[in-house]
Design a protein around this ligand. Structure first.
Ligand code: ATP
Length: 238
């Protein structure tokens, strides 16, 4: 089997003395959609932030495309092709939609094709094109989430980590955003990690599932083979 695009080996992450992630290991194969599932406080966001260089790992290793990226500065990790859409769809509310998107194109290899990538984002999310000159603060929660996804795409990533993008959104909007993510994966081969609390949605979208419980990855495998029951048991630790 070929080397995974992302390899996390025994990563530990702390807040002060509190260990939020004990020893997490997982693989993400190239071109796949992979779900990271877990309840509130399981350590999913901390692990994503650690992979993306926003939080420091206190032990363990993160390899991306075979290279050790553990604890590199976040912007260097983005430049290598790994982007995070953090929880809460943060965008700069006093900037226009288009300026928010263009901010994503800071990596050198992304700068050259800004116009084409912007067109691609507007094709995926036509409402953002309509509102491109509006301040992001005037957008709905779902539209802000689209801006956050679009900004990550503007970095020209090879892998995107989506941290609970469904949080606080209406079911119809969630359905649309997930359909768009699947389309991006199918059309471009972009590798995707989806952090989710909703096991059903995670299994439906991610071909591979990793379940986190109390700061550890406790179950990993093909989502269909594992099945909802086994994934739920691991999720609740029963
Ligand atoms: P959620 O689904 O609610 O986002 P999660 O699985 O992403 O949860 P984390 O947010 O990574 O979990 O939190 C893991 C643990 O670390 C929890 O016990 C949480 O209370 C703790 N934690 C998270 N952020 C901080 C922080 N800034 N300072 C101290 N402890 C924190």
């Amino acid at each position: 089997m070929s080397e995974p695009m992302l390899k996390v080996e025994g990563v530990q992450a702390k807040y002060g003395d509190f260990i939020a992630v004990h020893s997490a290991s997982l693989d993400v194969p190239q071109g796949k959609i992979v779900s990271v599932i877990g309840a509130n406080g399981a350590g999913k966001s901390t692990l994503m932030d650690t992979i993306a260089g926003i939080h420091k790992a206190s032990a363990g290793k993160v390899y991306f495309k075979g290279e050790d990226i553990t604890n590199l500065p976040a912007e260097k990790i983005v430049t290598r092709g790994l982007s995070l859409v953090p929880q809460g769809s943060r965008c700069f509310i006093r900037m226009t939609v288009e300026d928010n998107l263009i901010m994503g194109s800071f990596p050198k290899n992304a700068r050259a094709g800004v116009k084409d990538t912007l067109d691609m984002v507007y094709t995926l999310f036509p409402v953002l094109k309509e509102k491109r000159n509006d301040l992001s603060g005037s957008l709905s929660g779902g539209q802000r989430q689209m801006v956050a996804v679009g900004r990550a795409l503007m970095t020209k990533p090879e892998l995107i980590l989506f941290d609970e993008i469904s949080l606080g959104l209406a079911p119809t909007i969630i359905k649309d955003i997930y359909a768009t993510i699947k389309k991006i994966n199918k059309d471009t081969g972009l590798t995707i990690v989806l952090v989710e609390q909703d096991t059903k949605r995670a299994i439906k979208t991610g071909e591979i599932s990793h379940v986190m419980l109390k700061g550890n990855v406790v179950l990993s495998g093909n989502s269909a083979e594992l099945g909802e029951e086994e994934i739920k048991k691991a999720y609740f630790g029963i």
